[in-house]
Design a binder for this molecule. Structure first.
Ligand code: COS
Length: 383
């Protein structure tokens, strides 16, 4: 699969693959068990220049576009889904919101530090009462002289416990619905910001997901991201890209689950021969490969479109929907191929199965992706 890749993308893939093989995959089970990614892993990714892959070099990025980010996320997820999620919260949605909606001054102030890993980013949209109905948020921002005062709570915030910078979406005029939402770049050292309880999750246990609270957090006017009342659009156009890179995560996880299953099927003997020779197992392997080929094709075609500056709202929803649901089918078959061992923590597929499920929930449920796709079809009056 190389029709969209430049030499730099191939070099990136090779570098990340070597790191994953040598340092990340071997400790993925420990990361899951201890609910913690060793800091050295994040430092290494920083030193490898992997935290600002899509952004232009003038802002400290690697200039490799969304295609480059997808290559990176795919390879990282092959080693450890939790680590990919931390990188995604930072680059795919946190820093990306600043890149897409920030002024040149804001991009110069924040992106180089985020690309170099001197600072970490997060993205805060979800609230206890507003998940799918993201426009119905309760966190408020009220103008106070040359600043804004933020109040309320967000939940399910990846990296929220250690991020230095959180792009936060607030209601600035409740009477205007989605047109009354405004985005802010919040420095978490600001008084009044605090971190609440971490979620105890089914999977992706190495990445922390927390509540965050705002009590009269004073955000200067110069940290307003985009225009007043245009925050919902900032949130959505950022998610267009986030959903794409989530597809890359699903692709990497699916390839890993298939490779692990092929190895197991070649080694495991039943009825006097490797189970890979059983037609029932072969059918499952073939179905996995077919879905992976479809995932890969959808993903990199859409990443290419994004890098050409073409609209991708519908396509990234299709990528997210298909890849997250296909991954669930792939990991389910992987467990099935492993038989009873697939249910044991001694085998990686047990973790892969748990890590997979949330992809159909976060950054928009499958139902929301279908809604986005259907609305775009109806609006256009055809495919
Ligand atoms: N890019 C730019 N603008 C967009 C957009 C996009 N992808 N999607 C919507 N908009 C704009 C619309 O054009 C509309 O603009 P106008 O006010 O100028 O007409 C505005 O945003 C409101 O859009 P819409 O009417 O579609 O809003 P809805 O309240 O119906 O909500 C859904 C749309 C349901 C799609 C949205 O709330 C959503 O994606 N929910 C899921 C949120 C989510 O993913 N949460 C996970 C948290 S992140 S881990």
């Amino acid at each position: 699969m190389d029709f969209t890749f430049r030499d730099e993308h191939e070099m990136l893939r090779q570098t990340v693959k070597e790191f994953v093989d040598a340092e990340l995959r071997p400790i993925a089970a420990r990361i899951d068990r201890e609910h913690r990614i060793p800091r050295e892993i994040l430092f290494k990714l920083r030193d490898m220049g992997c935290l600002g892959i899509p952004f232009p070099e003038e802002y400290g990025g690697a200039g490799l576009g969304e295609t480059g980010l997808c290559v990176f996320m795919e390879e990282i997820t092959r080693g450890c889904f939790s680590t990919a999620v931390v990188c995604g919260g930072h680059t795919s949605i946190g820093a990306t919101a600043i890149y897409l909606a920030g002024s040149d001054e804001q991009k110069r102030r924040y992106l180089p530090d985020l690309c170099e890993g001197k600072k970490w980013a997060a993205y805060a949209l979800t609230e206890p009462q507003s998940g799918s109905d993201a426009g119905n948020m309760q966190v408020t921002a009220v103008r106070d002289g040359d600043a804004w005062l933020l109040n309320g709570s967000k939940i399910w915030i990846t990296n929220g416990d250690f991020a230095d910078v959180i792009v936060t979406f607030c209601a600035t005029d409740r009477s205007q619905g989605t047109r009354g939402i405004t985005a802010f770049i919040v420095d978490t050292a600001t008084p009044g910001f605090s971190v609440g309880k971490p979620e105890e999750k089914m999977g992706q246990c190495g990445s922390t997901t927390v509540e965050i609270h705002f009590a009269n957090v004073r955000v200067p006017e110069r940290n307003l991201l985009g225009k007043v009342g245009e925050g919902f659009k900032v949130a959505m156009m950022t998610l267009d890209r986030g959903r794409l890179t989530l597809g890359a995560n699903c692709l990497g996880a699916a390839k890993e689950a298939l490779d692990v299953s092929i190895r197991y099927a070649n080694e495991r003997i039943a009825f006097g021969k490797p189970i890979a020779e059983q037609p029932a197992i072969q059918q499952m392997l073939a179905d996995c490969a077919t879905e992976i080929f479809a995932m890969e094709s959808l993903l990199y075609r859409t990443a290419w479109m994004c890098d050409q500056g073409l609209p991708i709202s519908r396509e990234s929803a299709i990528v997210k929907l298909f890849c997250s649901e296909a991954l669930d089918r792939v990991v389910d078959r992987a467990v099935q191929i492993h038989g009873g061992y697939g249910y044991s923590k001694e085998y990686a597929v047990e973790r892969m199965y748990r890590d997979s499920r949330v992809n159909r929930l976060y950054e928009g449920t499958s139902e929301i992706q279908r809604l986005v796709i259907a609305r775009s079809l109806i609006k256009k009056g055809g495919y």
